[in-house]
Design a protein around this ligand. Structure first.
Ligand SMILES: [Zn+2]
Length: 90
């Protein structure tokens, strides 16, 4: 997450640079600006994937029927059921 924020900061710097360039010379398009947009777009895509993964993880959280504990994966729930409740993993 820290790396993502760092990368976002760099992207923000690039976008700011592009904005300054556009403000100074509205008729020229600089490669640096395009690169900044590409980097920003890639970061947004990566961030979106990370956020969707985090959302999917919390959405797919499994709850133990016996004691109500929640687990991030079926394997963890199965292991818990076996250890705490003596149930065989599926
Ligand atoms: Zn349990």
């Amino acid at each position: 997450m820290g790396l993502t924020l760092l990368a976002l900061g760099i992207a923000g710097y690039l976008v700011t640079s592009q904005t300054d360039l556009i403000g100074g010379r509205t008729h020229n398009i600089y490669p640096l600006g395009s690169i900044g947009l590409v980097v920003l777009g890639a970061l947004i895509a990566v961030g979106g994937v990370m956020m969707s993964q985090a959302g999917a993880k919390s959405a797919s959280q499994l709850k133990c029927d016996k004691c109500g504990m929640t687990f991030g994966s079926k394997a963890a729930l199965d292991q818990h059921s076996k250890d705490k409740h003596g149930m065989k993993a599926a």
